[in-house]
Design a protein around this ligand. Structure first.
Ligand code: FES
Length: 125
């Protein structure tokens, strides 16, 4: 890892280790608005996503997923907007049954949910 032990980042490194950074296989970001959805809709989606991903991560065969709420993914239409990496699957309308399907089918089984895809941008490895 870059940097010296006394470079002032010891606390951040300890927190990253505590949070399992280095062991994740996927990362999902979800926007909590306020332009693609209301803040209430965004926070409800975040709460749902956080809880369900926590359950997925407890599975015996889990590929650990990190989840992060963000203020804007610069789509700002028909949200909440979400993106799943490394596949780079961008989704719109992430609430209710739509969100539940993406959690179950994409995050749970690795399968894209075509009905809610708004774009794809896989990261190269
Ligand atoms: S406010 Fe959600 S994408 Fe911009």
């Amino acid at each position: 890892m870059a940097g010296e032990p006394s470079d002032g980042l010891e606390g951040a490194r300890a927190e990253a280790e505590r949070r399992g950074v280095g062991g994740y296989g996927r990362h999902v970001f979800i926007c909590t608005g306020p332009d693609c959805c209301t803040t209430e809709e965004g926070m409800a989606a975040w709460t749902r996503l956080k809880s369900r991903v926590g359950e997925l991560n407890k599975r015996e065969d889990a590929v650990p997923i990190y989840r992060t709420k963000v203020g804007c993914l610069r789509i700002c239409e028909s949200g909440p907007t979400a993106v799943v990496y490394p596949e780079g699957r961008w989704y719109g309308g992430m609430q209710g049954e739509a969100l539940d399907r993406v959690i179950a089918e994409d995050l749970g089984e690795g399968k894209p949910v075509q009905e809610y895809l708004i774009g794809e941008n896989p990261l190269s490895t």
